[in-house]
Design a protein around this ligand. Structure first.
Ligand code: TRP
Ligand code: SF4
Length: 408
């Protein structure tokens, strides 16, 4: 059941990842990282670099991955990710992810992966690459393994990733259905029902059918009461009979929910979505002179050819930046001054420049220690990998056991 209305509660586990694309820009900050920082205050957060995922599309360019990884982790810390609160780690240091991926792959129908919208979309978009590979098809299943191995309740992602979280839920459900039963469960449950005694056993069977076939909640409640009252039952039998009412499966893997980040849609310098590949981005840690120059040369409403020509802010990408960076009063000042030609475009841009530089100052400050001593960064990631591994190994012990692989 998708519980779209529930919200995270203290102690819930959060997991998210990013492919290492190198230095992040302000769109990444406003679209994702700012939210990650906020979440770490109340929830148990795991954030990782999805370096294997980068290889699904860039398997030929191994030389770029390494520097992209460290640049990106510095940006996370620059944004305010606190390694004392959040666990920061690298996917490729945890072969457990690959092990779970392999086991999930056994029972995942091909069609589930072929139908994921990003599969065909990306193949078309990145048509210069050959993406008819096994690894690329498996991309969302690897993502499912990333999420399920931490039993994460919440996955903060953008809209485009929601189908991947949905697939993850289906995969978890299927896994629990296939493997979440103790061997011989049906027989053991049938025996336990018999031990309820003649009339009660018959009644239990009727109520179970009514609940399972008609969803009659009354029947479920009565059946549970019957089990509780079964004085002659062992605790294990009682558990089996209670479990049998629900279909008899154990939750080995937890179904996660997407935690949608409101699209911040920070526009780039040309008014399109900010993106490295459009060449319209400002890096999180870009030098102030460069930021100033980029904004000063940003295109504005084409109607404002001369300083005396009035303009229309809704046709101007600078005004979109005011929406993100300026308070109401400044926005009103810009809009009125634009329409009356009371201010010039450079004047209008100055508060935006100031606000962006003010936002970036702490990024530079927080990043500096890691630029000075890269060892610090490595230590944070090493410690994060250790913490992640402890959780991943615990899940894998249960998974192997459920699949029937714990023989010695
Ligand atoms: N596919 C995600 C993206 O492109 C990255 C990712 C990989 C991820 N594994 C994940 C995100 C697990 C959340 C959870 O942004
Ligand atoms: Fe854009 Fe401001 Fe110039 Fe109007 S005054 S066109 S909003 S930069």
């Amino acid at each position: 059941m998708s519980s779209a209305h529930s919200t995270p509660k203290t102690g819930d586990r959060v997991l998210s990842g990013m492919r290492p694309t190198g230095a992040l820009h302000l769109g990444h900050y406003h679209g994702a990282l700012r939210n990650w920082v906020r979440l770490q205050e109340q929830l148990e957060c795991f954030y990782f670099v999805a370096d294997w995922h980068a290889l699904t599309t860039h398997y030929e360019s191994r030389e770029v991955i390494e520097s992209n990884v460290w640049e990106m982790v510095i940006d996370w810390l620059a944004a305010g990710i606190d390694p004392a609160r959040a666990t920061v780690f690298l996917q490729s240091r945890l072969p457990e992810h690959a092990e779970l991926f392999t086991l999930l792959a056994m029972g995942t129908p091909l069609g589930w992966l072929e139908r994921v919208p990003t599969y065909k979309d990306q193949q078309e978009k990145l048509s210069d690459k050959d993406l008819s590979t096994y690894g690329f098809l498996g991309y969302p299943l690897l993502q499912a393994a990333d999420i399920l191995i931490y039993r994460a309740a919440w996955v903060p992602v953008g809209e485009d990733q929601v189908p991947h979280v949905e697939l993850t839920r289906e995969v978890a459900r299927r896994f629990n259905h296939l493997y979440g039963r103790e061997p011989g469960f049906e027989e053991k449950a049938t025996d336990a029902a018999r031990r309820l005694g003649g009339k009660a056993a018959k009644r239990y069977a009727e109520l179970r059918t009514r609940w399972q076939q008609q969803g009659d909640a009354q029947a479920l409640a009565e059946a549970r009461a019957l089990v509780d009252a079964g004085a002659s039952l062992s605790a294990a039998d009682r558990d089996r009979l209670a479990g049998w009412l629900e279909g008899g499966q154990r939750t080995v893997l937890v179904e996660p929910q997407a935690l949608l980040t409101e699209a911040s849609r920070l526009p780039g310098m040309d008014g399109q979505k900010m993106s490295k590949s459009y060449g319209n981005a400002i890096a999180m840690r870009e030098a102030p002179e460069s930021v100033t120059k980029k904004i000063r040369t940003m295109p504005t409403d084409p109607a404002r050819v001369r300083r005396t020509d009035p303009g229309e802010p809704t046709r101007c990408p600078v005004f979109q930046l005011h929406h993100v960076y300026s308070d109401k009063a400044t926005q009103d000042w810009a809009a009125a001054g634009c329409r009356s030609a009371g201010i010039g475009c450079l004047e209008c841009k100055q508060p935006v420049i100031d606000a962006v530089l003010a936002e970036q100052a702490p990024f530079h400050e927080r990043a500096q220690p890691y630029l000075d001593a890269p060892r610090l960064l490595r230590d944070i990631v090493d410690a994060g990998c250790d913490r992640a591994r402890a959780v991943a190994q615990e899940t894998m012990r249960e998974v192997r056991d459920a699949v029937g692989l714990s023989y010695r």
